[in-house]
Write a protein that binds this ligand. Structure first.
Ligand SMILES: Nc1nc2c(ncn2[C@@H]2O[C@H](COP(=O)(O)OP(=O)(O)OP(=O)(O)O)[C@@H](O)[C@H]2O)c(=O)[nH]1
Ligand SMILES: [Zn+2]
Length: 306
């Protein structure tokens, strides 16, 4: 049988069949993925084949289907191993706000770079629309225009007032979506607005805990009643940028990526090189200063996560 992994504890995996049945499955023997060293070979979002164990409601995963992408976090120890948080994401939503507490552009840009590196389309949800005066709305429009111009769709919502929540709801339909955001932006309020059927979430969790095996879940996907799945990540810190060489960083800024082939030197770092097409575009105002500042900041290893 084939199914989608919707919960992972590291030793048990909950697998959902296309028909909606769920089975607790384990991995048989030494199940290892080539080329990646990870503490968990299988993660939520993975599509797997499994066999039911005789006379039991549990299964054994026998095959992992190829992933279109996955996100990983570095292990806390120095073992160089990573942990796959989720696979096969259709999109990543970052919830941000320009009011209490204001999300910095550096934080947004770091998230976008991470999403580019993982090959996950990113979208920005600006929350707390109800708090803005006319002046605030002008600034908001500047930001959304800036990000839409470089290819990131933006949504202006109020989780509290319910404004434009239906736009986000439509985005999620039949997709696997990662939702992220720093503390206080209203991510929980948004998830509650998106998943009104809270009992669904809590009952599934307790059902799992009753197994008595592991109660800590690495990650969990919530099924959206209208179709689709939502993966809630605790924060951007979970998504460290790994495996990006400094020299490659420009490739993860779309507006730089589309211009860098015109740089005089093919190893141009777009810092101070003569004949740099990126610096020329910056000069002409075609590349936003804040975006370029974020590039420099990440390039120089400054932490802009907060
Ligand atoms: N005015 C306004 N306040 C909001 C809105 N959405 C959330 N809030 C408030 O912002 C605060 C933080 O909301 P949460 O939903 O807890 O934020 P969170 O991002 O999940 O933060 P953590 O729970 O710390 O991870 C709460 O006081 C919410 O009531 C909104 O659209 N407008
Ligand atoms: Zn250049």
């Amino acid at each position: 049988m084939q199914g989608l992994v919707t919960k992972s504890t590291g030793s048990w995996y909950q697998v959902r069949t296309p028909g909606g049945e769920r089975y607790d499955c384990r991995i048989k023997g030494k199940f290892r993925i080539k080329d990646i060293v990870t503490t968990n070979p299988i993660a939520v979002g993975d599509v797997v084949d499994f066999e039911l164990e005789p006379e039991q409601q549990t299964g054994v995963i026998t095959n992992l289907h190829q992933r279109k992408n996955y996100i990983i976090r570095k292990s806390i120890n120095l073992s160089k191993q990573g942990q796959i948080i989720a696979a096969n994401l259709d999109q990543a939503l970052l919830v941000v706000t320009l009011a209490s507490p204001r999300t910095s552009l550096g934080f947004i840009d770091r998230f976008l770079v991470t999403a580019e590196a993982y090959d996950v389309p990113a979208k920005l949800v600006f929350n707390k629309l109800d708090l803005f005066s006319d002046e605030g709305l002008d600034i908001l429009a500047e930001y959304t225009t800036m990000y839409e111009n470089i290819g990131y769709p933006c949504y202006e919502v109020s989780a509290l007032a319910g404004t434009n929540i239906e736009q986000v709801q439509a985005l999620l339909k039949d997709k696997i979506t990662l939702i992220s955001g720093h503390s206080g932006v209203g991510k929980s309020s948004m998830i509650n607005a998106l998943l009104p059927d809270l009992t669904l979430r809590t009952s599934e969790v307790s059902e799992w805990s009753d197994k008595g095996t592991h109660t800590t879940t690495f990650a969990e996907m919530f099924e959206i009643p209208q179709g689709g799945f939502l993966i809630d990540t605790p924060g951007i810190r979970e998504l460290g940028i790994i495996d990006i060489e400094k020299e490659e960083l420009g490739h993860f800024f779309p507006e730089m990526r589309e211009r860098m082939h015109n740089c005089k030197f093919n190893n141009c770092q777009h810092i101070n090189e003569p004949g740099c097409a990126v610096l020329a575009a910056l000069e002409r105002g075609e590349i936003e200063i804040s975006r370029y500042d974020s590039y420099l900041s990440i390039y120089n290893g400054n932490d802009t996560r907060a």
